[in-house]
Design a protein around this ligand. Structure first.
Ligand SMILES: [Zn+2]
Length: 381
């Protein structure tokens, strides 16, 4: 190769590298100070309330864009659901690859309220600005080093203290559900005290009611569902045959759940009747998650036993339980990798091939039911 040509190639390589480095810096330097102007903007309460997703409080839809707390410990930001997710850091000279990076938050739970991102580290509530800067410690929730489980909802962090390490674990001693206001210096308050908290599967807050799902001691059933009114303090058992976390949803009038290989149930909260409204029989029992969104119900079927992220099919139903479309998510590589559904944002459904990293695939909802449904790669645009 002529010497000049050789130098030219090296120059091009260097230029390319510099350009990509600059691009990375300029992306992360984006100032996130104003809510995005969008025809899809929703009331503030939509963004501050808890939503179903692949894991409690790891994926946030906000007026400023979407945020994702990945298992590799970083907080990622995307202007829209289907634009590239970048680490949320605008520190100069940061390589975004160390614990000093503003985006490094150790896979903590995140919540949005009044122009700030809140997150919990150990027993402490913290917040940051929407662009990832100005991290600060707000208050301690309790003394000691026990874990807690909870999520952010309408300006509060709701939580249980799990001495045993996680919810439902042997060794849990505290049977209270607490909440703490995120944006003042008030102390935590007890919302509910009941031994069902010791065997908690999940809790849901709807208006003045709290719904508690407890691991069922009867092994032939999944879980028990209770309601608690924060006004009348009434504690009521609704059913002892309810689905677990990731397969149910409750609104003002009804509870909805999916029972493995039986079908979709609805629980009428006014008449206390529970009915099988759509029987389903999948080829292989496996396990399922069911996510209920305003437009669609997403049923994800992990068909192998034990369930594997390598074998997952997304079934899309309308809210009348008509099956509209289905597609295999075959982007997860390797048995030790977990990945899949993340959430539904505006016109898109977001997926990740690896929960350790940023979301990287999306479905365009306008393609559902057209025969052209596919997973698109999230590109930098
Ligand atoms: Zn950084």
């Amino acid at each position: 190769m002529p010497k000049n040509m050789h130098s030219l190639i090296i120059l091009i390589l260097i230029a390319g590298c510099l350009a990509s480095c600059l691009m990375l810096v300029s992306c992360n330097k984006k100032t996130i100070q104003e809510p995005a102007a969008s025809s899809d903007s929703k009331p503030e309460s939509y963004y501050t309330s808890y939503k179903q997703g692949f894991s409690a409080a790891r994926f946030l839809e906000t007026p400023y864009g979407t945020y994702f707390s990945s298992r590799d410990g970083y907080l990622y930001y995307s202007e829209k659901g289907n634009t590239k997710f970048i680490k949320l850091c605008n520190k100069p000279d940061c390589n975004h690859n160390s614990i000093d990076c503003n985006a490094y938050i150790k896979w903590y739970k995140i919540g949005y309220y009044d122009k700030k991102i809140y997150y919990i580290t150990g027993n402490t509530l913290n917040c940051m600005d929407m662009d990832g800067s100005n991290h600060r410690n707000i208050k301690a929730l309790y003394e000691g080093y026990d874990n807690n489980f909870g999520y952010f909802h309408n300006g509060y962090y709701y939580y249980v203290i799990t001495k045993g390490g996680s919810i439902g674990a042997f060794g849990n001693e505290d049977n209270n559900l607490y909440r703490v206001k995120v944006d003042d210096d008030s102390t935590p308050e007890i919302v509910l005290t009941n031994d069902a908290i010791l065997r908690l599967y999940m809790f849901t807050i709807v208006g003045d009611n709290i719904y508690i799902i407890e691991f069922n001691t009867d092994a032939t059933k999944v879980a028990s569902l209770y309601s608690f009114s924060t006004i009348s303090k009434n504690w009521t058992m609704l059913t002892d045959n309810w689905a677990g976390a990731g397969a149910y949803y409750i609104d003002d009038n009804k509870g909805y759940c999916y029972m493995r290989n039986i079908g979709f149930y609805e629980y009428d909260l006014t008449t206390n009747e529970m009915n099988l409204v759509k029987p389903t029989e999948l080829d292989d029992i496996g396990t399922c998650s069911a996510f209920y969104y305003p437009d669609y119900i997403y049923l994800i079927h992990y068909s192998s036993d034990p369930p594997s992220y390598l074998n997952q099919i997304l079934y899309i139903y309308d809210r009348d339980y008509n099956l509209i479309d289905s597609i295999k998510f075959d982007k997860v590589y390797g048995k030790s990798t977990s990945g899949g559904f993340i959430g539904d944002v505006d016109k898109y459904v977001i997926f990740s091939s690896n929960y350790n990293e940023q979301p990287d695939y999306y479905i365009d909802k306008s393609e559902i039911g057209t025969g052209n449904l596919m997973f698109h790669k999230i590109e930098d645009w």
